[in-house]
Design a protein around this ligand. Structure first.
Ligand code: B1M
Length: 212
């Protein structure tokens, strides 16, 4: 691993949000690819944070400072992840489902979609079914995108799809789901139109859904 990437990994792991911005700038200056900085430097560090939490070595405060460090690093990377597409590819409403406050993955998906020319309405975290449905009706979106990070909250996706069916809008709007505990099989079971395991494949799937 490049030493600067190892440094970014360590900054995120230790929650050093000021250092992470300095090191991300340095890595960009050295010409390293933004996707590499994001995946190998920051996302992999967050996975390690999860493992340490499971092992009882990290607690919620450590997870929070790591999340803040990741967000600081992402704010530096954001302009470099933006694509050159000028025409809006489509309109997406995205949110983390009810009961779930994890937003780093959702924000990455949002950022990558925007970078690929999508217009994205961010509904935030802990989004209830009524808020998702009202975004579909009010904002005329093409894709409704839901993120969940906890095995219990992923169950809150299905009621949103059921409400969409009931409103009669599911023919017009495609549903894209993702988040660490999800699988393609789960996505199909709940009636989603697409599933993506990570932010870049969320963009590929969103583009594909628009052709369906
Ligand atoms: Co929490 N947390 N957390 N947490 N947290 C997890 C998810 C957990 C797996 C940790 C663990 O035990 N190993 C565990 C869930 C276990 C389970 O499912 N049963 C857990 C727990 C238990 C909890 C609490 C209950 C802890 C407590 O209070 N005792 C609590 C719940 C709060 C709530 O939401 N109601 C809690 C709280 C928190 C913090 C607030 C401290 C913080 C979140 C801060 C924030 O988001 N602003 C936090 C964090 C940081 C984590 C871990 C360590 C990291 C999550 C993360 O940001 N990953 C996480 C452990 C882990 O993931 N290994 C953990 C990096 C991010 C880039 O990845 O979000 O997976 P991810 O997104 C990926 C893909 O999943 C995908 O693309 C992204 C990028 O490629 N993706 C999509 C995501 N959404 C998508 C949508 C798509 C497509 C792809 O289409 C629409």
């Amino acid at each position: 691993m490049e030493p600067i990437i190892a440094q970014i990994y360590s900054d995120v792991l230790r929650g050093q949000h000021k250092d992470v911005t300095i090191h991300v700038k340095l890595a960009l200056h050295k010409g390293l690819a933004p996707i590499l900085i994001m995946n190998d430097g920051m996302i992999s560090a967050m996975h390690e944070v999860g493992s340490l939490f499971e092992a009882g070595e990290y607690y919620v405060p450590e997870m929070l400072v790591a999340a803040r460090a990741m967000q600081s690093g992402m704010s530096v990377l954001k302009p470099y992840l933006a694509g050159k597409d000028v025409h809006p590819a489509g309109k997406v409403a995205i949110g983390t489902v009810q009961g779930d406050y994890h937003d780093i993955g959702k924000n990455l998906v949002k950022m990558m979609l925007e970078g690929s020319g999508f217009e994205v309405i961010d509904l935030g975290v802990d989004v209830d079914p009524a808020t998702f449905i009202s975004a579909v009706l009010k904002d005329q979106v093409d894709i409704l995108a839901m993120s969940a990070l906890i095995t219990t909250t992923m169950e809150n996706m299905q009621p949103v799809i059921a409400a969409l069916e009931k409103s009669g809008y599911h023919q017009r709007v495609k549903v894209l789901v993702g988040g660490a505990p999800l699988t393609e099989e789960f996505a199909m079971q709940i009636g989603a139109d697409g599933y993506a395991p990570d932010a870049s494949r969320a963009v590929t799937m969103a583009k594909f859904l628009l052709t369906k």
